[in-house]
Design a protein around this ligand. Structure first.
Ligand SMILES: [Zn+2]
Ligand SMILES: [Zn+2]
Length: 329
């Protein structure tokens, strides 16, 4: 029993760095480093040694915040090795939705397309729906005070490295995992229903080709101190690393901006897109005021439950307080 747990735990840790379907795959990290060095040397005119030192700044990588990122990563992997079997599987959702569609419509409007065309449509559909679902759940995590109590853990990072992407409270981890299963379940059911009995993804090294493209072009620099920005016209379509860094900024004018992961169109639709500010030096965190034990396990794991319980209790006692609670800061 304990041996099985240990094997699953270690293979989960291994997969995080060696599975190309994961954001922290070493290949993507190397790509991010090359892009960061090229940016600093070619555009910021830094000498290569200086650029290297900038990328591996000890004050960033060994800060209390980064050390907490590492600890959270291990604790969450332990928790999810326990929780994984209990989470809803995408195929369960897909089967349920497929049967519902068939039961409601009573027929299958099979559309004839070549296999490669179905795969291309499925890959694009999944990428767009997944990106929107990611955006929308993230948006709600900022809008709903109960969810913000948990999402604050991600925003409490004072320094950012690629590992910060996994600096999340387990409650947020469960919500994002359910979101992912739901998106995949809906997509599989819909495509099997419409096109064929088998749907395939266009993949590179086993990863969705579009997700692969996003990751090799420096997705890991979103959580870093290298403020790479795109051309202004492109930042209306794709979220640059500098735009996600703005999402983490302590400046009030940056609060609740740039919720998107890859596409910037959702932020445009919800009127919360903020273009990068190349000449502004940002500080990261929830606010400028430093809480003494803000990276302690108590603050990161237990405090959100206390805050969420308090919000729910207050809401139940005074129903009209709901509207007042929409202001989170
Ligand atoms: Zn956020
Ligand atoms: Zn982030």
């Amino acid at each position: 029993m304990f041996e099985t747990f240990l094997t699953e735990f270690s293979s989960d840790i291994y997969a995080n760095f060696f599975d190309p379907r994961k954001r922290l795959f070493v290949g993507y990290l190397v790509c991010a480093l090359i892009i960061a060095l090229a940016w600093l040397v070619l555009l910021r005119k830094q000498k290569i040694q200086h650029a290297w030192r900038t990328c591996f700044d000890k004050q960033v990588w060994f800060s209390a915040s980064s050390r907490a990122d590492g600890l959270i990563f291990f604790i969450n992997r332990l928790l999810f090795t326990f929780l994984a079997p209990a989470l809803l599987a995408k195929l369960t959702i897909a089967t349920f939705i497929f049967q519902w569609l068939q039961g409601t419509l009573g027929f299958r409007p099979l559309i004839q397309l070549a296999d490669w065309q179905i795969a291309a449509c499925f890959t694009l559909w999944l990428f767009i729906l997944d990106d929107f679902a990611r955006f929308y759940l993230h948006y709600l995590m900022h809008r709903w005070p109960v969810l913000w109590a948990f999402h604050k853990v991600h925003h409490s990072a004072r320094t950012m490295t690629p590992l910060t992407v996994l600096r999340t409270h387990p409650v947020e981890g469960v919500l994002f995992s359910l979101r992912s299963s739901l998106v995949q379940g809906i997509s599989i059911a819909l495509f099997v229903f419409l096109f064929a009995n088998q749907v395939d993804l266009v993949t590179v090294l086993g990863a969705n080709a579009l997700v692969f493209a996003f990751n090799v072009t420096g997705s890991n620099l979103r959580h870093s101190h290298i403020a790479i920005h795109y051309w202004r016209f492109l930042e209306y379509w794709l979220i640059s690393p500098a735009q996600h860094q703005i999402h983490h900024s302590t400046a009030p004018r940056h609060f609740d901006k740039n919720f998107g992961a890859t596409l910037a169109i959702w932020d445009r639709l919800f009127r919360c897109l903020h273009l990068s500010e190349p000449n502004t030096v940002l500080s990261f965190g929830i606010s400028k005021t430093v809480i003494p034990d803000e990276h302690s396990l108590k603050q990161l794991y237990l405090q959100p439950f206390a805050e969420a319980t308090n919000i729910i209790w207050q809401t139940l006692r005074k129903p009209r307080i709901l509207s007042a609670l929409t202001q989170r800061r």
